[in-house]
Design a protein around this ligand. Structure first.
Ligand SMILES: Cc1cc2nc3c(=O)[nH]c(=O)nc-3n(C[C@H](O)[C@H](O)[C@H](O)COP(=O)(O)OP(=O)(O)OC[C@H]3O[C@@H](n4cnc5c(N)ncnc54)[C@H](O)[C@@H]3O)c2cc1C
Ligand SMILES: Cc1cc2nc3c(=O)[nH]c(=O)nc-3n(C[C@H](O)[C@H](O)[C@H](O)COP(=O)(O)O)c2cc1C
Length: 586
C-alpha cells in the first residue's frame, strides 16, 4: 500500500512522486524526513497549527565508499552498500577509484574500500593511477579514519585478492583504524559479500543514527537488481550460427557464435559482454571420477559436468584436500611450502591422479567450487542484428605437465555447442567501455578476440550514420588463416563505417609485428586524431598487449610532440583521466 493517501493535499502526480520516494524509504529515513519538514516549517506556520510529534532532523552521518572495479562486481556491491547505508540513516559518498582524489580520504570519517584484483595481482585498469598514489610516498595520513575493506578475487590466481589485501594494509599503515576485518571473496562472492556489508554497517553505523528503531539493529536491504537495470537475468538462446573463422590450416580455432533470443535479446549496448554458462567436458569428468574411484556415480557425474569447477587447482583446493582427506603427501606439500609451486600449470585431476585415495562424492564437492560463467564481449549491435547477439570465442588449448588441457567454456563453445542447440547467457553491462557521440572519432586496438567489441562499435556507428571517423588496429598470427571477420572489415571500409584499418600479422614476417608496432608506425596520424578529440579503445590480452600498447602510445606522444618521457606519460594519463583511453582487457 502507498504511504501517501490520495486524499493528501497534493496533485495526483505529486502524490505518485512522493510515494516513489517515501514508499521504499526505511523507518529511519521517514523519521528524518518528518523531523526535517517539521523543523523547516515550524517558524512560519500559523499560530495554533498542530504538528505531529517528530524527531528533530540532524545531518546524516557520512560514510565514504570507494570501489576499484573492472568488470562491475565491486561497483555493484558498492552501490548495494550505499543503498543499505542510506536506509540506516548514513549519508554515503560513492567514489570510483578511477576518480579518487586522495585528499577526499583524509576528510572521511568512515571509509570502506571494495576492491577487485586483476591481471596477475594488479589493480583494475581504471584504478591504477589512484592505487599507485595510495601506495606512494605522497599518500596522506589517515589518522583516526575508521575503515574496512572487502576484497574480491578468484582463488584460481596465485595472487588471490592481492589488491584488497594491500589496500587494507596500507590504510592501517597510514594511521587508519581498522574497525571491520577484511573478507576475501572468491568468484561466488554474493553470500559472503552481503554478509560483510551487513557486518560492516553494524560497526560503522553510529548508535544514534538508528534512533528510528532505537535498538541499534541494522536494517537489511534487498540487494536485487535496481528497477531500472537492463535485463540481467540468465536467459536461454538458440545458436543460429556456429562458424570457425580460422582457416583449416590455422593452429587456432576462433568461433563466431550467433545467438538468437526468442523473447527479445537482452538490452545490450556496444561494449557490453555476455556471461556464458558452460558445462564441463564429459570426457574430463569421466577421467576425474575414475581417478577418484567414483566412476559409477551417475548423479555425481551429471552434477560435476553441469555445476562444479572441476579443473581449477588452487592453494585452497589443496588445503581442503589435505584437511578433508588427510593425504600425508599432500600435507607434506603444504608443510614444506611447496604447494604453490606444485599447482602451477596443474589442475584438480593432477592432484587426484598424483595423490590417489578413495574419495566420496562429498569430498569432491568439498574440493570444488561452483562453476563460474565466462565473459565474452558482444560482437554485434542490436541496431544491425535485431534480437541476436554475436560472440567471438577462441578455443583455449595447451599442454602442461605432459597433459593436454582444454579451457572449459571456450571448448564447450567450440566442440559441444552446435547450430540449433541452446545455451544460457546473462548480460554483463559495461558502461565504462561505451561509444562516444556519433560525431567523435574513435581509435580501436583489438588484436585476436579483442576485435569482438569493435565489430559491435562499427555496426552501431553504421546504423546510426555516425559522422565521426573510425580507425581499427587488428592483429593475429597469419593473414591467410587468422584474419577474423575479414569480409566484415572490407565491407565497413567500403561503406565508410570504418575509415581506416591497420593490421599486424605476427607470423607472416621473420620479425614479429604486433599492433603496437603499427601504432608506432602511424604515430603522427594517431596523435593528430587524439588531439582532435578521438577516443582510444583497447581490448584483448591484458598480460602483454595492453601494456605494450600503452607504452607505444607514450612513446608516440614523446616523439611526435617532442615531450620528455614524463610529459608523454602525463599526456596518456590525461586521456585516462578524461575517460578517452578506455580498456576492456582480460
Ligand atoms: C570482460 C571479458 C571479456 C572477454 N571477452 C572474450 C572474447 O570476446 N573472446 C574470448 O575468446 N575470450 C574472452 N574473454 C576471456 C573468457 O572469458 C575466458 O577467460 C576464456 O575463454 C577462457 O575460458 P575457458 O573456460 O575456456 O578456460 P578456463 O577453463 O578458464 O582456463 C583458462 C585458464 O587456463 C590456464 N591457461 C590458459 N592458457 C594456458 C597456457 N598456455 N599455459 C598454461 N596455462 C594456461 C590459465 O590459468 C587460464 O586462466 C573475456 C574475458 C573477460 C573478463
Ligand atoms: C583476466 C582476469 C585476471 C584476474 N586476476 C586475478 C588475480 O590476480 N587475483 C585474484 O584474486 N583475482 C583475479 N581475477 C578475478 C577478479 O578479481 C574477480 O572476477 C572479481 O570479481 C572482479 O571484480 P570486478 O568486476 O569488480 O572487477 C581476475 C579476473 C580476470 C578476468
Amino acid at each position: 500500500m502507498s504511504p501517501i493517501p490520495k486524499t493528501a493535499p497534493f496533485a495526483e502526480e505529486e502524490i505518485n512522486l512522493l510515494n516513489r520516494v517515501v514508499g521504499p524509504a526505511s523507518q529511519i529515513q521517514r523519521a528524518w524526513l518528518a523531523g526535517f519538514l517539521a523543523g523547516l516549517d515550524a517558524p512560519s506556520l500559523p499560530a495554533g497549527t498542530e504538528l505531529l510529534p517528530a524527531a528533530p532532523a540532524r545531518p546524516a552521518e557520512p560514510i565514504t565508499i570507494v570501489y576499484a572495479s573492472e568488470s562491475g562486481n565491486c561497483e555493484k556491491l558498492a552501490n548495494d552498500l550505499a543503498k543499505a547505508a542510506r536506509k540506516n540513516g548514513l549519508k554515503p559518498t560513492l567514489i570510483d577509484m578511477a576518480d579518487l582524489d586522495l585528499a577526499e580520504l583524509t576528510k572521511a570519517k568512515r571509509l570502506v574500500f571494495i576492491a577487485a584484483t586483476w591481471g596477475e595481482g594488479e589493480p583494475p585498469a581504471r584504478a591504477i593511477r589512484a592505487y599507485g598514489e595510495l601506495m606512494g610516498e605522497g599518500a596522506p595520513r589517515l589518522d583516526g579514519v575508521e575503515f574496512g575493506v572487502l576484497a574480491l578475487g578468484d582463488t584460481a590466481y596465485a595472487e588471490f585478492c592481492a589488491i584488497g589485501k594491500k589496500i587494507d594494509e596500507r590504510l592501517a599503515a597510514l594511521g587508519g583504524k581498522r574497525v571491520v576485518e577484511r573478507v576475501d571473496c572468491d568468484l561466488d562472492f554474493a553470500v559472503p559479500a552481503s554478509a560483510w556489508i551487513g557486518d560492516a554497517l553494524k560497526v560503522l553505523t553510529p548508535p544514534d543514527a538508528n534512533r528510528g528503531q532505537g535498538n541499534g539493529q541494522v536494517i537489511a536491504v534487498d540487494f536485487g537488481k535496481p528497477a531500472a537495470a537492463p535485463n540481467t537475468d540468465i536467459v536461454e538462446a538458440e545458436i543460429s550460427e556456429h562458424v570457425n573463422l580460422n582457416s583449416s590450416r590455422s593452429n587456432k580455432e576462433t568461433i563466431h557464435l550467433a545467438l538468437a533470443f526468442e523473447g527479445g535479446a537482452p538490452a545490450y549496448e556496444p561494449g557490453d559482454s555476455l556471461d556464458l554458462y558452460a558445462e564441463n567436458d564429459p570426457a574430463y569428468v569421466d577421467e576425474l571420477l575414475k581417478h577418484a574411484g567414483l566412476a559409477g556415480d551417475d548423479k555425481l557425474r551429471a552434477e560435476l559436468i553441469k555445476s562444479r569447477d572441476v579443473t581449477t587447482l588452487s592453494l585452497k583446493t589443496v588445503e581442503t584436500y589435505a584437511a578433508q582427506i588427510g593425504h600425508q603427501y599432500v600435507k607434506a606439500l603444504l608443510a614444506d611450502n611447496q604447494a604453490k609451486e606444485w599447482i602451477a600449470g596443474r589442475q584438480l585431476i593432477d592432484l587426484i591422479a598424483t595423490f590417489p585415495i578413495a574419495l566420496t562424492a562429498d569430498h569432491l564437492r568439498a574440493v570444488t567450487r561452483p562453476l563460474a560463467p565466462r565473459a565474452y564481449s558482444i560482437a554485434s549491435s542490436r541496431r544491425e542484428v535485431g534480437d541476436e547477439a554475436h560472440l567471438l570465442i577462441s578455443a583455449v588449448r595447451y599442454e602442461t605437465h605432459g597433459r593436454a588441457r582444454k579451457g572449459v567454456a571456450s571448448n564447450y563453445a567450440a566442440e559441444r555447442l552446435k547450430r540449433g542447440g541452446r545455451v544460457r547467457v546473462k548480460l554483463k553491462p559495461n558502461k565504462h567501455f561505451a561509444l562516444p557521440a556519433g560525431d567523435r572519432d574513435i581509435i580501436m586496438v583489438g588484436p585476436g578476440t579483442g576485435v569482438a567489441p569493435f565489430r559491435a562499435f562499427v555496426q552501431e556507428r553504421r546504423a546510426i550514420a555516425a559522422t565521426g571517423r573510425s580507425w581499427l588496429f587488428f592483429g593475429d598470427r597469419q593473414f591467410t588463416h587468422d584474419f577474423l571477420y575479414q569480409l566484415d572489415w572490407q565491407d565497413a571500409l567500403k561503406d565508410g563505417s570504418l575509415t581506416r584499418m591497420d593490421v599486424a600479422f605476427s607470423r607472416d614476417t621473420p620479425e614479429k609485428i604486433y599492433v603496437q608496432h603499427k601504432l608506432w608506425e602511424k604515430r603522427r596520424d594517431l596523435i593528430e586524431w587524439l588531439d582532435g578529440g578521438a577516443n582510444f579503445y583497447v581490448c584483448g590480452d591484458a598480460k602483454a598487449m595492453a601494456k605494450d600498447v600503452r607504452a607505444a602510445l607514450v612513446r608516440a606522444y614523446a616523439d611526435v610532440k617532442a615531450l620528455t618521457p614524463e610529459a608523454a606519460e602525463q599526456a596518456v594519463a590525461g586521456l585516462e583521466r578524461d575517460k578517452r583511453y578506455l580498456q576492456d582487457t582480460y
